[in-house]
Design a protein around this ligand. Sequence first.
Ligand SMILES: [Fe+2]
Ligand SMILES: [Fe+2]
Length: 353
Amino acid sequence: MKTAKLDCQVYTLDHRLLLPAGKELTSEALDELIAANKDTSYQALYFLEYGTVYQDILPLIQKPPYHVIFDELKRTLALNLMKKISFIPPILESLDYFKENDFYTYRHSLVVFAMSTIMARDLLEKSEDWIMEIMAGTIHDLGKTCVPLQILKKSDPLTRTDRSILEHHALAGFVLLSYFLQDPRSFAAQVAKEHHERRDGSGYPLGISLRDSMVEIIAVCDVYDALLSPRPYRPTPYDNRTALEEIIEMAQGGKLSLEVVQTLVSHNRKDRPHFRECKVSTEKRGTPPADSLYGVIVKRDMEKEITCPNCHGSWIKRKTYKKEDVECISYECRSCGKEFDEDYLLYKKMDEY
Ligand SMILES: [Fe+2]
Ligand SMILES: [Fe+2]
């Protein structure tokens, strides 16, 4: 079993450091973390009754693109299930934080919750087994409270440093939920950690093979909503058809569960076929948004062509250093000796393209 290691520190919204960067998440480290919070007791509150959650969630599932999936019957079913879910105050405060500072993550959390609820209803047999698990859809991205807002809202391509800080949200969410729920084995903590893993082991943070049915449902809903939403790096979202085509391709490439994707497609069909009889087409007719910078990282091979912005000399020395506990790269000019941050240089180079 691989042991995860933190790339960045994990802290609470009130700036308490829970674990430093570089910490290995061994069972001893997690036990110690939870022991520090074992005497705290929390009073859970019903989520749909909290603040404006109900008023916020309703229009999201009544309007395009989700109105096709959530017809009146599905809406009622989903809301009835969601009514049973409650969260403890630190989790609700994190959702308040997103609502105020990163509305996309707040909206995304609500939609993934609603979507995963109706998909779980189709795919998982005994509702008592998963009724508490659907809560995890809402808080899968909780660890984004540990990602600086300038990275969450960045509209330019990400540098590799940005990417590793962003990907930190999976383990940060795992640590935060283990701490607040006082159990690293809680399902919500597991979902936070694994929702970016893929069936074929190509995901992160550990590159393990995704297998749990409910985590797979949340992973599919997560990708689906991410494609359908306007993002800073992609002002125009995918249309529904193209988003489904992308997800079908991911399932056929072995990354996502084909059964879950089949269920998603069946919810999108007007004739509502049973998900087990729903055929998914491999034909691609949609066009992804032209201005999407999703997944674009400033390119490594630009490195070879970099010249010093100060004296136009060429680079020989590549150095690594720590900035806010993240491993970063800088370059030193052989000619004038000046040092420049990798992100600055690569962006400068990119502007020339
Ligand atoms: Fe995520
Ligand atoms: Fe997400």
